[in-house]
Design a binder for this molecule. Sequence first.
Ligand code: SF4
Length: 380
Amino acid sequence: MEASLESGGLYVHLPFCPYICPYCDFAKWPLRRSTAERYLRALETEVASAPAFEGRTLFLGGGTPNTYPAETIATLIERVRGRFSLQEGAEITIELNPDLALCEGFDVYRRAGITRLSFGAQSFVTSELKTLGRGHSPEEAAAAIARARRAGFGNLSLDLMFAVPAQTIATWERSLEAAVALEPEHISTYGLTVEAGTPYAAWQRREPAAFGGQDLEAELYALAIDRLSAAGYEQYEISNFARPGFRSAHNANYWRNDAYLGLGVGAASYLRGVRATHTRDLDAYTEASLAGAPIPGESERLEGAARAGEAAMLALRTSEGVEVASFAERYGIDFPSYYASPVGEMSEAGMLEITPTHVRLTRRGRFLANTVCAAFVNAD
Ligand code: SF4
């Protein structure tokens, strides 16, 4: 008997950038046209030979997807549609660098069926953009968003970063106000993490005082929650805020621990209980894909407690938290009794709220979400 078709999120990785930001730990490379063209052929080869899958959503991420011309993106989406059954009305998102030189072709995006644009604004303070190594100004980000609106896009998201070196409460407030004034439907706020091997890691070793401490980071996060809530955005996940009806459907796939299929260098998939990650070596990916060989990478089967722990960690990130009845149905685990020890500990510390139907983070818990979630992943 044929196994039923899996459905979930489709992710396509476009890894080239006009410049490399010194904090970035993604799978990314500086743009070279010949390499980018070869990569595209490798990606199209992978699309053509990927397992059957039904896309509830499609997300084109990077890197900087808009280093490719809009027509190229449209052709790629056509190929993805041709290979996978993308559901009618599926959310299709593309990440964009708001550098105006790159922001062309919004009409082409619309015709290609893209429904949602996610702009990497990061900050609306010129000095912070410089510190982050970004090549766009606050004005360019605002102008890119205005262009997108004129082209008829009604679902826009902005990424903002806090805990940037030299950032203050006042400058973060300015960024939040500027973002809200642009009236995006969705805002993501990420605390800067210094990743090993990046230029920022070397900077932090040389000059630790340049990086604000945990107290400041917590204050900045609290300000984001308060300001965005007051402006009508619902915090529906630790880092994500949306106007009613504009939550990211693509990310919801991940948080529900549903299947996803990732295509491209460094992309991750979760299919039939197996989590697999493609190599982050660009040449190895490109060569293998073009040769029709298996793409190198790693995979692990998540079963039993490991699978349930992962699901708990993901669900706890969301404002709904863990729904006890559906968790029991899906994983065969009674959440409150199986996780009695971390649940007891964390609720006593004021980080978890227990209701008759749900277990979720409190406001205090959201500040220490990584610690709380880790307790469930590591629980026996
Ligand atoms: S533009 Fe984005 S993906 Fe590229 S280097 Fe900067 S942060 Fe990384």
